[in-house]
Write a protein that binds this ligand. Sequence first.
Ligand SMILES: Cc1ncc(COP(=O)(O)O)c(C=O)c1O
Length: 445
Amino acid sequence: MASYDYASTPMAALGGSMRDFRVPSGADLLGRIEGFYRWQDARRQGGLWPFSRSTQTGPGATVSASDDSGRSMDGVNFASQDYLSLASHPAIKETAQEAIARYGVHSAGSPALVGNTTHSIALERKIAEFLGMEEAVLFPTGWAAGYGVIRGLVRSADHIVMDQLAHACLQEGANAATRNIYQFRHLDTDHCRRWLSEIRAKDAENGVMVVTEGLFSMDSDTPNLVALQDLCHEYNATLVVDVAHDLGALGEDGRGHIGLQGMIGKIDLVMGSFSKTFASNGGFVACKNRAVKEYLRFYAPSTTFSNALSQAQAAVALKAFEIVESQEGVWRRAALMRNVLDLRAALRRSGLDYYGEPSAIVAVKMGGEALARLVSRQLPRLGLLANLVEYPAVGKGAARFRMQVMAGHTAQNIADAVERLAASVAIATQEYEMSKKPAQSAAAA
Ligand SMILES: Cc1ncc(COP(=O)(O)O)c(C=O)c1O
């Protein structure tokens, strides 16, 4: 196990953020980005860069992983988004093997040309049926689906009203589509209404899209979908809901917050991903008629001009839907929720707090970035893999460890994780106090 020179942890590695390097200036496109690498490397050398890690095992309840300097760790895994533990399911593996044996590994074309396959067509049907919608259209990733549904439908004179915490794919799609973007305070339906009323008071001619998520991936909270869809009807706007994190994993029938809020078949556009619960890659947009599906296929550039899912990827997602819908899906979701509640209770007992409502995302509050980075250095040493989320992915001073719970975690995995996290926080708190001392004595001198 590598050790670090704790005493000489460079202050630069505890300060700064990715935001500092987002808009570099200078004529040399490649030269001007070097500052990012210097800052990142100071963090890396100090064991404070917990990103870009790789696993040597599958994404199970326990894992062997390495950081990007090659330092390895073994321990419990709360960093994978395989919420129902389907990635290692024998039927899923068998499905992938059969698809590869029969069709090979490549779709070799865009869905706008000849990239559709037996499985992708069946998968589109399955998604539409599962969500009570007429049609669905596939994308190569969830990111591409979020970007594509907005970029495909919204033009420069149109308006986008979106939750301020909407995922990067939705923000990027909005930025690419129009400059008329209005953010409403997180989950604040009244604020959304105020924007809609202001927009419609001035412009009845152009389109308005309202964008939110079923379950927010950093905060584990959910909007009032009924109220948002009503608002959209009232102001002639179109609602898009990203269900990447709740579809399949939440609600007794796995229909996530759309199901829990009685909105199956009632949301204008539902967008999602297979990369969490569905053990595959890919994304989709479900819609109410074929005209929308066909338009997206040819005007959403992230599908039109991109290679389609392979037979194996589509077959796995389809099989995952079958399990999600079955009795086994029900008990897997029940096991997941039991683990979520147990983890939340154990964290509380250890004096650790978390954000949001019970879901597979348990985001443990850390606060300041410096302390959170020091905790992230201890976690692998003590045997816990959990993702650090820090500014600008979340607010400044609101760093957190996003623990992602799986149905396959055991009670022991949860106990180990909480014990290791609490121990890491205790050690890091001391380190943090020490790291402030030289500055304090210099200030006093
Ligand atoms: C809310 C949300 N939407 C979309 C995506 C993108 O999904 P994918 O990983 O399939 O590209 C993610 C994944 O990070 C997400 O969290």
